[in-house]
Ligand binder design. Structure first.
Ligand code: FRU
Length: 491
């Protein structure tokens, strides 16, 4: 163990001892979402299933709930319900990653996990840290057990990237197709146009640059956390490539692109021979206030599972706040969602494992009602199916959160009051409302519209003990299932 790693590890232990009780007694700690044990969390990293076990790594700043020096934290699980907290695992302890072990991915092959991440380096001096003064190194580290790591190997440095790139080239995601390995990196070029660099390799170590992929028209100045995978359309049977990115620098456009930064995907066909991608429209993955930097992995059952960061970078008082920082922690990951492609649209569905959390169950069929207010709860899954065309609907929960649907405007709207801490409204246009699945945790909501056609993810911090759920509208032929949800277990 390097001296630096030993010292960091001691320091984390000291902080944990000092902070962990305060953190764990916060009423806003979540019950079924992965959170930092103390301090700050951002992107999910290195998602994989290895020898039956699921591994979730994440961007972790244990020393500061407002962010700071990044490590990788680690959780592992056999069923994504019972977790082992393995704490900080990759440390910023070499000259090539001394200012942060930034985001990256995992690739599993032949009893080994290959991790790729960005080593962040900020040179001392007066630099803008965009065009100069910053090192973004692509580093590989392997593991035979998913827990202990071999030595870090620097594979690419800024000098190796195409010469028209700024210093911002990061977040490697590696995958295999037709016996060849590929890597995508998110980047900002010299014209401050967001793009992706595509590499290929025969041995997972030596990477050859293939192409820069970007839209004809500039679409933001930086594309973070790229992901490239395929899904077979359940309607047409056609296999499509999904190029997922978190672009920065996109202007709001009506209901679209309302957050500081976005996350979504382009549907198209990826030609891995010449590196060309034919871009379709960019579609946002989430319509709520707190979603960024999602990553997918394919599990041993063949499911494509996506997890996002339930938060956003560079959010300040002008946008909205999170009261948990004063209790020593901030942010969480979303629940894992299985992705399916239906009619050229990616749908997100809560993974079926979450059913294991279900407890007390209430089921109702409403034939013709204006208002239904028998339900209450804090941590639950509420599933509402509308068999008839509903033309107006309002659901009030967590005291001042409202979810509404208006048939004339064809919009679903989420509005938060004081409990939003500055989060106000987000909307999306849909054709028809068939189903709403609301996953409520102590301080979060994930709302799946029409079997995951649209999703709203948000943090919400209710101060009142009002846990009533009120549903009103032309409730004709409406089926309601509500389950109390239990907690993730930690071993
Ligand atoms: C996305 C991101 C990544 C970077 C990481 C640093 O939220 O900015 O591009 O690798 O976070 O924590």
């Amino acid at each position: 163990m390097s001296i630096l790693k030993r010292e960091f590890s001691k320091l984390i232990d000291v902080c944990l001892e000092k902070e962990v009780d305060k953190v764990n007694s916060d009423k806003y700690r979540l019950k079924y979402h992965l959170m930092p044990p103390i301090g700050w969390l951002n992107d999910p990293n290195g998602l994989c299933q290895f020898k039956g076990e699921y591994h979730v790594f994440y961007q972790y700043s244990p020393f500061d709930a407002n962010g700071g020096l990044k490590f990788w934290g680690h959780y592992k699980s056999k069923d994504m319900i019972e977790w082992e907290d393995l704490g900080a695992c990759l440390y910023p302890d070499t000259p090539h990653d001394c200012h942060g072990v930034y985001s990256g991915s995992a690739f599993v092959e032949n009893d080994r996990v290959y991790f790729y991440y960005t080593g962040n380096v900020k040179h001392v001096g007066s630099y803008d840290y965009i065009n100069n003064g910053r090192g973004h190194n692509t580093i590989m580290v392997t593991s035979e057990d998913g827990i202990n790591f071999n030595d870090k190997k620097v594979l690419l440095e800024n000098i190796d990237y195409p010469s028209n790139m700024t210093c911002h080239v990061r977040d490697p995601k590696v995958f295999k197709k037709n016996d060849k390995y590929f890597m995508v990196l998110g980047a900002r070029d010299n014209n401050h146009k967001g793009c992706i660099l595509l590499y290929n390799s025969d041995d997972l170590e030596k990477w050859n640059f293939l192409n820069t992929i970007s839209t004809n028209e500039k679409f933001g100045y930086m594309w973070e956390c790229p992901d490239l995978f395929e899904l077979k359309d359940e309607c047409s049977g056609e296999t499509k490539s999904i190029l997922c990115i978190s672009p920065q620098g996109i202007e709001a456009d009506g209901y679209k692109f309302n957050n500081i930064y976005q996350s979504g995907y382009f549907l198209g066909n990826m030609n891995l021979e010449n590196g060309n991608f034919d871009f379709g429209e960019f579609i946002e993955l989430d319509r709520g206030f707190d979603f960024y930097a999602p990553q997918t992995f394919i599990d041993e059952k063949g499911r494509t599972i996506l997890t996002g960061w339930m938060g956003l970078p560079d959010i300040d008082e002008e946008h909205y706040t999170n009261p948990t920082t004063k209790n020593g922690w901030l942010h969480a990951l979303t629940i894992p969602r299985e992705l399916v492609l239906i009619n050229n649209k990616v749908y997100q569905r809560p993974i079926e494992e979450l059913r294991k959390l279900r407890g007390i169950y209430i089921s109702r069929e409403l034939k013709s009602t204006r208002e239904y207010n028998e339900l209450k709860g804090e941590v639950y899954e509420l599933d509402i199916e509308f068999n008839n065309d509903i033309d107006n609907l309002k659901i009030n929960l967590k005291s001042d959160c409202n979810i509404s649907f208006d048939k004339n405007e064809r919009t679903i709207k989420l509005s938060l009051g004081d409990s939003g801490y500055g989060r106000k409204t987000r909307s999306v246009t849909i054709d028809r409302l068939n189903r709403l699945q609301i996953f409520s945790d102590t301080s979060s909501l994930e709302i799946f519209v029409n079997n995951g056609e649209e999703v709203f993810t948000t943090r919400v911090y209710s101060n009142s003990n009002n846990d009533k759920i009120n549903i009103s509208g032309n409730l004709e032929d409406v089926k309601i299932n509500m389950y109390e949800l239990g907690e993730y277990k930690y071993v």
